[in-house]
Design a protein around this ligand. Structure first.
Ligand code: ZN
Length: 138
């Protein structure tokens, strides 16, 4: 069976990183699926979803890494074409990816103890985001 849920959250943009593990767990608990896969996805080309140990140090390190990979201070063709100034946001989001799949076993996602699901908003302004959680299994 397939169960679909979604939830919304407000971000501050500028690499704002939000632990969405509790929200995803709530969706899984409501889904009534015990074994299968949980797909978590954020629509939009300037946000990403990954896993990390969601503590302030690791979160800051990851944001720093993305700033080194795609600095906001360099020239982007996207900015020249559109003038919205978020060329770096698109590149960072594309590198990281908009979602992930997590195995579900016995009603629990097979996440590590220190592995949380985070949404990172790379856009250059506050955004309202919708996260989709689709659970496929039995
Ligand atoms: Zn743009």
């Amino acid at each position: 069976m397939v169960r679909s849920h979604s939830f919304e959250l407000n971000t501050a943009g500028h690499d704002d990183t939000i632990d969405i593990t509790p929200d995803v767990k709530r969706a899984v608990a409501r889904g009534g699926v015990n074994d299968g896969v949980v797909c978590v996805f954020v629509p939009g080309s300037t946000a990403a979803i990954t896993t990390i140990e969601a503590e302030a140090g690791a979160i800051a390190d990851l944001a720093e890494c993305m700033r080194r990979l795609a600095p906001s201070s360099i020239k982007y063709k996207h900015n020249e074409r559109w003038g919205d100034g978020n060329g770096h946001s698109h590149v960072r989001a594309a590198i990281m990816g908009p979602g992930l799949s997590i195995p579900l076993s016995g009603g629990e996602m097979l996440l590590g103890t220190w592995q949380q699901i985070v949404l990172i908003d790379f856009d250059n302004r506050p955004r309202k985001r919708t996260v989709h959680v689709q659970i496929v299994g039995e």
